[in-house]
Design a protein around this ligand. Structure first.
Ligand SMILES: Cc1cc2nc3c(=O)[nH]c(=O)nc-3n(C[C@H](O)[C@H](O)[C@H](O)COP(=O)(O)OP(=O)(O)OC[C@H]3O[C@@H](n4cnc5c(N)ncnc54)[C@H](O)[C@@H]3O)c2cc1C
Length: 372
């Protein structure tokens, strides 16, 4: 080996939820792994306090991954000695029995509740016209707690450095990655770099058609008088109250995050970070305030805080993901992957160790799974 470069067994690029889950799985396997990130863990797409864990997806295969994801979160929670997914459950409006086919196929507990039960299922909710699908084993992921736990477990495997590029050298001796500190050769590189994945993947010939967009997530305070009432995660695709939305409690703080669902709700930006001229996120917040006034009288419609987050989506849909693989390199991109991180981390670790895409990811790579 040339003197000036450093040899690694497996390199993971990115210390977001997927990179950390992959690194943690590799550490458990006793593999020599180094995880690179230019920022502290969890500052990219995985930032913030809460995410929804839901079982319901259009694709049966993704429901199966969600079941495995839940088992993984339960294992992590046991190891940590603290819960990582709350017992709030998920309530969905606008679903038919067809929408629950994947849950039935995988034996996931669920039921359709009478609309008259709205208040006993979701305290702040106004009367609704249709049945509500209840996913009692879903809930709010404690996102920051999960990131902190994983970062602690993998410890000094994380090296704070940005990777400039990934290439497969013609000498056939591993995969080269460059940082400001050194040139490395790794037996396998796993790219879990969020918004930067397409740029890094391009270095080894991956065409990753990821679109980045900004998304507003205001959070609202529970009104006095609604404290102690059920506060589940929420998915409303009816449009009955003027918008389609998702929502999630922030732990047990009495604050509730809402975001819009639909093709027009994210503001795209290009590789240089430029928004279309005249774009503004204000309008999205106003639309959510209007939704709160109509649908959620138990919340104060004045937001107490707003996060503007980046989303990375594939053309196959807002809930699609895909894995790319070539000799020595695996890369992943998609959206709504927090809940699947434990199982995706294990599968990406397997891909790195064997240098073969596991069957469950091969199918995903072929079809770009849709997950509702
Ligand atoms: C508003 C919003 C709501 C969401 N809601 C849900 C939900 O309810 N349920 C759910 O399951 N998922 C949800 N998601 C999606 C979920 O958060 C993401 O799919 C997940 O966090 C992606 O994790 P990641 O590890 O792939 O990416 P990231 O967290 O972005 O991690 C990538 C890391 O790579 C690092 N990096 C980038 N470039 C380089 C480089 N050149 N060198 C070294 N490091 C680099 C970055 O610093 C970053 O830390 C939501 C996302 C958003 C934004």
């Amino acid at each position: 080996m040339a003197e000036h470069r450093r040899q690694l067994d497996i390199a993971v690029i990115g210390a977001g939820i997927l990179g950390l889950a992959t690194t943690e799985a590799l550490v458990r396997l006793g593999v020599d792994v180094t995880c690179f990130d230019g920022r502290p863990p969890g500052r990219g797409l995985s930032g913030g306090l809460t995410r929804t864990f839901r079982h319901r997806h259009d694709s049966e295969q993704v429901v199966g991954l969600a079941v495995a994801g839940k088992e993984g979160f339960d294992r992590w929670a046991k190891r940590l000695g603290r819960r990582l997914i709350g017992d709030e459950g998920v309530v969905y409006a606008g679903m038919t029995p067809d929408h629950a086919a994947g849950m039935r196929a995988h034996g996931v507990e669920h039921r359709f509740a009478d609309p008259a039960e709205h208040r006993s299922l979701f305290g702040p909710l106004a009367p609704v016209s249709g049945p509500l699908l209840v996913d009692p084993d879903g809930g709010a992921i404690r996102a920051k707690r999960t990131i902190d736990a994983l970062a602690g477990w993998v410890g000094d495997r994380i090296v704070q450095a940005d990777i400039h590029s990934v290439t497969v050298p013609p000498d056939g001796d591993g995969v080269e990655i460059q940082t400001t500190e050194s040139i490395y050769r790794a037996r396998h590189v796993v790219i879990c770099a969020g918004t930067a994945a397409p740029r890094l993947g391009a270095g080894v010939g991956f065409d990753m058609p990821v679109r980045s967009a900004l998304h507003a997530r205001p959070h609202f305070r529970l009104r006095d008088g609604y404290r102690g009432e059920p506060l589940p995660c929420w998915v409303d695709i009816t449009g009955e109250f003027g918008e389609k939305v998702y929502g999630s409690p922030i732990g047990s703080t009495g604050r509730y995050v809402l975001g819009l669902i639909g093709p027009d709700v994210d503001v795209p930006f290009d590789a240089a970070g430029a928004l279309p001229p005249g774009s503004t996120m204000d309008e999205h917040v106003r639309r959510l305030q209007s939704y709160v006034r109509r649908a959620l009288p138990g919340l104060d419609s004045e937001p107490v805080g707003i996060r503007v987050c980046v989303m990375t989506k594939l053309p196959a849909g807002s809930d699609a993901f895909r894995v790319w693989h070539t000799g020595g390199v695996t890369a992943i991109a998609g959206h709504n992957l927090f809940k699947l991180a434990p199982v995706l981390g294990e599968l990406l670790a397997e891909s790195a160790v064997d240098d073969v895409l596991p069957a469950r990811l091969r199918l995903a790579g072929a079809t770009a799974l849709r997950a509702a």
